[in-house]
Ligand binder design. Structure first.
Ligand SMILES: C=C(O[C@@H]1C=C(C(=O)O)C=C[C@H]1O)C(=O)O
Length: 294
């Protein structure tokens, strides 16, 4: 620490630069759409693996990052105590697309997106827990293109996974309950990894937390702005859904269901799921720290 700090008695400057990273998938729209960054806070955007790297290198000080990267780096990162991107049951946007049934994927080749960290680790845990050994390879492209190219399974996440899921199971009429959708059409099966986790553990799954570097905790004004933005977003979910349904080219009803289904507050069940996933994915990890910054 430099000794040249503020003279004693002076108010702490609120304009100190504080860079943050934002994974801008639709699943965080209820928080990010109305977030007004306080003075001094700047934001960069990217996919999960980019934001994970930005936080770990110190390019940014706080970001909504992959849960598994928070777990793997629990010695240097802390998480805001009440923010997550979790679900209990289906998530709709973290999908394995495959043609043969899950149990018959043994020995097959699965294509992984380079955007994801948590979902890759989740897939590995689920395969192991169900006794399957497969070959995992990095490959980009849509699910259907990669299946046609000969992969036995394709892992997709985020907005493109949501759209590709709908391409397989849709169109969904007003009379069909979102909870009663097909998982297979035209020979393609969509396995929702969060649902599979729920069936295995009975717990929620936390895909992302809002983590910060322990050596650079966020200013109080930023955390307050995030809480205010979330309250606003959840309170105006119909508008948020309408806007994003247009962007995604999906029915508003589907997007609204997708969004209300998230658990944004890292509540006790979400932490339980996260702790369980930590032990299964990263044995020997450092203790997870959830802390309200001063
Ligand atoms: C639910 C999702 O979760 C995302 C999945 C992540 C990952 O796999 O590393 C990271 C951040 C999450 O926001 C999604 O991609 O749809």
């Amino acid at each position: 620490m430099s000794p040249q700090t503020e003279p004693a008695g002076e108010p702490v400057a609120t304009t100190k630069p504080y860079p943050i990273g934002l994974i801008h998938y639709t699943n965080v729209a209820p928080i990010l759409d109305s977030l007004r960054l306080p003075e001094g806070v700047s934001a960069v955007r990217g996919v999960p693996t980019e934001m994970n790297a930005a936080l770990l290198s110190g390019q940014v000080n706080l970001a909504n990052i992959s849960g598994v990267e928070f777990i793997r780096n629990a010695d240097v990162l802390a998480a805001l105590p009440d923010f997550s991107v979790s679900v209990l049951g289906a998530v709709y946007s973290v999908n394995l697309f495959h043609r043969r049934p899950w149990a018959e994927l043994q020995g097959g080749r699965i294509a992984l997106t380079a955007q994801s960290a948590t979902s890759v680790a989740l897939l590995e845990v689920l395969l192991r827990q169900t006794g399957l050994e497969v070959q995992l390879e990095r490959a980009e492209g849509t699910a259907l293109a990669l299946l046609s190219a000969g992969y036995d399974g394709v892992l997709r996440i985020g907005d493109s996974a949501l759209k590709e899921w709908y391409e397989v199971v849709g169109p969904i009429g007003e009379d069909v309950s979102m909870l009663n959708l097909p998982h297979e059409r035209g020979g393609v099966t969509v396995t929702d990894l969060a649902m599979k986790w729920f069936e295995l553990t009975g717990h929620p799954f936390a895909f992302a937390v809002w983590a910060y570097r322990k050596d650079a905790p966020p200013p109080h004004a930023l955390v307050q702005a995030m809480r205010q933005a979330r309250r606003h977003g959840i309170g105006h979910l119909a508008e948020v859904s309408e806007r994003h349904a247009l962007k995604l080219g999906l029915p508003e009803r589907v997007v609204q269901h997708y969004l209300w289904n998230f658990r944004y507050h890292l509540e006790a069940p979400d932490r339980l799921g996260l702790a369980e996933f930590a032990d299964l994915s990263t044995p020997g990890h450092a203790p997870l720290v959830f802390a309200e910054p001063d």
